[in-house]
Design a protein around this ligand. Structure first.
Ligand SMILES: *Cc1c(COP(=O)(O)O)cnc(C)c1O
Length: 345
């Protein structure tokens, strides 16, 4: 075994979906964009379908087409990017539901595929995707008289529960949608945790399913072990790795492991993360390079064959914090070189 070993616990994933589902009285969908947050959208999607997920969200039509092949015809697959030019055939053939973001997309959709279902995204203040209030006012009647399946918006600050933006967006969403007779959705993972006023008719969790903050009660889903290729002894004053960035201050044993920034250990982890041998921390030393990292194993009682970088002692969020980023980026950066094992049942 010369590549890292990524184990993905699908039972933990479905347990996280159930926990998020139990926090609301409404439909709980699942966001599986970016290949299921890096873990494999087909496997993740099938596991979630088995426990009752009926509606999935991805970023772009190509992701939706791949997911449709994996999941078959009986679930709804919604596309956050909406109905882009050139996507019409894929949307029709693969039965995708575009979430319309602009008046232009609405026109394109209703002209090209008049009977075909769609959703609408409204901008309630994030200023990223969706119709603004005056645009919505001008097309709401037409849109709602067609095959519109849902109206949604997205919160900018939901991971900060007392941020005033949450209430502002909630008020704006009410102002734009009260009285319509189409299902409404505002909450992703963070919004679910804000409480029932944010739940409307369906929720769209992503990161919480995969074990990440802000869903602090999540069960961890991923474990990642890296094989040790070589162990050497270095003397006081010797250096390790590119740019001589680490210098031994005592006679040290240095393990070189298979895994680097091409596998998602962004270079910002250099000198700041730990690997783990059981519950014992093993400091990463020197620079992270493309395929290799080096760790100081001097204090270990025995020389291990593998060290863990993600697992019970270092969660996705803890590793992210050491890299100065968020769990979302750690997960979606996980490379394609690992051996992946999906466990369930
Ligand atoms: C990514 C995304 C989600 C899921 O968000 P999480 O924070 O991962 O739960 C929901 N809705 C939209 C519009 C998104 O872009």
């Amino acid at each position: 075994m010369s590549t890292g070993f990524l184990s993905i616990d699908l039972d933990a994933l479905t347990a996280n979906w159930r926990s998020l589902d139990e926090m609301t009285d409404v439909e709980t969908c699942a966001v599986v964009k970016a290949d299921g947050y890096g873990l494999g959208a087909a496997k993740v999607g099938r596991a979630l379908m088995k426990v009752g997920v009926k509606r999935f969200f991805v970023a772009v039509a190509e992701e939706g087409a791949t997911l449709r092949e994996a999941l078959g015809p009986n679930v709804e697959i919604c596309i956050f990017a909406g109905h882009m030019r050139g996507d019409t055939d894929m949307i029709a053939d693969m039965m995708l539901t575009p979430i319309i973001n602009t008046v232009g997309q609405l026109t394109r959709h209703l002209e090209a595929l008049p009977e075909h279902p769609f959703g609408v995204q409204l901008d309630t203040g994030m200023n990223r995707l969706g119709l603004e209030i005056d645009e919505w006012a001008s097309v709401a009647e037409i849109a709602l008289s067609q095959n519109c399946r849902l109206v949604m918006s997205h919160l900018a600050c939901a991971d900060t529960p007392d941020h005033p933006m949450n209430h502002q967006q909630l008020d704006q969403f009410h102002l734009m949608t009260d009285g319509i007779n189409v299902p409404r959705s505002l909450a992703a993972t963070g919004g679910i945790l804000l409480g029932s006023e944010y739940h409307f008719d369906m929720t769209r969790p992503g990161i919480g399913l995969y074990g990440g903050a802000p869903f602090t009660n999540a069960v961890p889903v991923v474990k990642l072990d890296l094989p040790v290729i070589q162990v050497r002894t270095v003397e006081v004053g010797e250096t390790v790795g590119y740019a001589n960035s680490w210098t031994a201050e005592r006679p040290s044993k240095i393990a070189t492991l298979s895994g680097g920034y091409a596998d998602g250990f962004i270079r910002a982890l250099s000198g700041s993360a730990n690997l783990w041998h059981g519950a014992q921390a093993v400091p990463l030393v020197g620079r992270v390079s493309m395929d290799l990292i080096t760790a100081d194993v001097t204090d270990l009682p025995e020389l291990p064959g593998v060290l863990s970088i993600l697992g019970p002692d270092q969660t996705v969020d803890e590793l992210a914090e050491r890299a100065g980023t968020i769990g979302y980026e750690i997960l979606t950066s996980l490379g394609s070189r690992y051996q992946r094992q999906f466990s369930d049942g």
